[in-house]
Design a protein around this ligand. Structure first.
Ligand SMILES: Cc1cc2nc3c(=O)[nH]c(=O)nc-3n(C[C@H](O)[C@H](O)[C@H](O)COP(=O)(O)O)c2cc1C
Length: 202
């Protein structure tokens, strides 16, 4: 089984990179046969800009551009997709949002049919979300940012495409020593990935 961890962060010393590495390391230690690929779309230079070729693909007038097809193939090779991202303005970073906009195409992630119905096409893809922020959970609750993010990302993107969301964690400073608490949870997520995938294979 394979897991693809996608992140977008220009600093390899960031907490985002450390969390992704801890997830991969823990999954590999728990099940050495489990392959984990970390894809840093920032280092890879993925272009998040929505262009005429993406419009044509959205309208089903043309196949998606080659970089989009390559990302879709990489996701298709994995049973589990993990997005690890810093929270910027109570949302995911722009490059990662552009990656979703371009890669989760009409016809691959979902299908807008002629009768107006939307078919969910990603039932085969297990998803885990790991966001990292600097504000505390109390602020997320008081200002409804927690609900807004859940509605937009968990439901608005992944439920829309029918991808089962196995976990959605927000790693924030709070009780305990941060970022150790974040890295501990990342280790648990890695072990959950390895354990869950192994159970599904048995
Ligand atoms: C442009 C920008 C916007 C941010 N917006 C938020 C925010 O809305 N909520 C929050 O909790 N933290 C916010 N932060 C803090 C980052 O989430 C935090 O610094 C980051 O997750 C730390 O991890 P890193 O070392 O991987 O960058 C923001 C940081 C930046 C640079």
């Amino acid at each position: 089984m394979r897991t693809l961890i996608v992140l977008s962060h220009p600093d390899p010393n960031s907490l985002t990179h450390a969390v992704a590495a801890r997830i991969a390391d823990a999954a590999h230690k728990a099940d050495p046969a489990h392959e984990v690929e970390i894809a840093d779309i920032s280092a890879e230079g993925f272009d998040p800009r929505w262009r005429a070729a993406d419009v044509a693909a959205f309208r089903k007038e043309a196949a998606p551009p080659a970089d989009v097809l390559a990302e879709q193939a990489r996701i298709d090779r994995a049973g589990t997709l993990v997005l690890v991202f810093p929270i910027y303005w109570w949302a995911m970073p722009g490059q990662l949002k552009g990656w979703i906009d371009r890669v989760f195409t009409n016809g691959w992630a979902y299908d807008e049919r002629a009768d107006g119905k939307v078919e969910k096409l990603l039932g085969r893809l297990k998803v885990r979300l790991v966001s990292i922020g600097a504000a505390d959970e109390d602020l997320y609750r008081r200002r409804d940012y927690a609900a807004a993010m859940r509605t937009q990302i968990d439901v608005g993107i992944f439920d829309y495409c029918g991808a089962p969301l196995l976990s959605s964690d927000r790693l924030l400073p709070g009780e305990g020593t941060f970022p150790e608490t974040a890295l501990e949870r990342a280790g648990e997520i890695g072990r959950e990935i390895a354990g869950g995938e192994r159970a599904a294979a048995e």
